[in-house]
Design a protein around this ligand. Structure first.
Ligand code: PEP
Ligand code: MN
Length: 341
């Protein structure tokens, strides 16, 4: 439930509303906003009876929220969330479009250091690379796991790049959070609720990918787990969904980017690599995501995609990535001046 107060409401009125909420065994959440004073209620598992509030004159409106998410919704937090990363890197709101690049998986020190140095040289600040890999077949390369995390820790210390890596189980979160700057929950684990609860306890940002067959509502409800756990720094990532179409690896659902941005205050980025599965389509879709208002992209790039241990066919060569990066920076300026957001 959401309680909106008249703009003449005093601090005393606000306190009275908060006390009433607490007396019902529920939790008040202050909702910041220049134009209105509002208080959200969390902790209820069903309908909240608004009778105890009806006598409070300072209340202008009582809104029953029936969605399975609250804290991540625009109703509860009208302004855009800007996630702050180390080194003054930001994502969300009016921050510059964030470009994240790197291989699907960590394959060794040399591969990661080469990629990190290349990215840094062209101006990219965030490196992605998987240590724990969710693979469809148990016969496929499963990732370098803890050894991979050590490589990421070394590369960020030596190059100053920020690093993002996926965690697949709650047990991996503690160690990974010490070795990297951003955690990733992958599409296959979007509804691994114990994992969501654990990354909710982490004190570093989390990229939450949309599940392969998840609705927007389910995706936002998963983000709610993380925020409710105390971690507000959630970055949503659209990565394509399963449809009848098999000519692309997934179907890029770009329409949800402006949609989710209207429903939620969280930043939304796009992964054109998994959304298409085809290197030739990645630049087109990455550029399209700038136009529809994404806050950033995460793109797979590899020093030798033909010999990559995972996702080679969708990974860009360095030259292709550099060309895309320049086009993104150009398009970003144009979109900010003249377009759609
Ligand atoms: C990945 O980012 O390498 C990955 C496995 O992505 P997704 O979870 O979107 O399939
Ligand atoms: Mn991948």
């Amino acid at each position: 439930m959401l309680i909106v107060l008249h703009n003449w409401a005093t601090d005393k009125d606000v306190e009275l509303v908060k006390k009433t909420i607490t007396s019902l065994g529920l939790k008040p959440v202050a909702i910041p906003g220049a134009e209105r004073t509002a208080i959200g209620i969390i902790g209820n598992q069903g309908w909240v009876d608004d009778a105890p509030f009806r006598a409070v004159k300072a209340i202008m409106e009582i809104i029953h929220v029936t969605k399975p998410y609250k804290l991540v919704s625009r109703d509860f937090h009208p302004a855009d969330t800007v996630v702050k990363l180390p080194g003054n890197v930001r994502v969300g709101g009016r921050s510059p479009f964030l470009v994240i690049g790197g291989p699907c998986a960590i394959e060794g020190r040399e591969q990661i250091f080469r990629t990190a140095r290349f990215l840094k040289k062209i101006g990219v600040r965030v490196l992605r690379a998987g240590a724990y890999k969710p693979r469809t077949s148990p016969h496929s390369f499963q990732g370098m796991r803890e050894e991979g995390l050590e490589i990421l820790d070394a590369v960020r210390k030596e190059t100053g790049m920020l690093v993002v890596t996926e965690v697949m189980s709650p047990e991996q979160v503690g160690l990974a959070a010490e070795k990297v700057d951003i955690l990733q929950v992958g599409a296959r684990n979007m509804q691994n609720f114990d994992l969501l609860t654990e990354v909710g306890r982490a004190r570093i940002p989390v990229v939450l990918k949309r599940g392969l067959a998840a609705t927007v509502e389910e995706w936002l409800a998963s983000a709610e787990y993380i925020v409710l756990g105390g971690n507000r720094d959630v970055i949503l990532c659209e990565r394509g969904i399963r449809t009848f179409e098999t000519s692309t690896r997934n179907t890029a659902d770009l329409a949800v980017i402006p949609l989710v941005k209207s429903l939620s205050h969280l930043p939304v980025i796009f992964d054109p690599s998994h959304a298409t599965g085809k290197r030739s389509l990645v630049p087109h879709m990455a550029l399209a995501s700038v136009v529809v208002g994404a806050n950033g992209v995460m793109v797979e790039v590899h020093p030798d995609p033909e010999h990559a241990l995972s996702d080679g066919p969708q990974s860009l060569h360095f030259k292709e990535f550099e060309a895309l990066y320049k086009r993104i920076r150009g398009l970003e300026g144009f979109v900010k001046k003249s377009c759609c957001n």
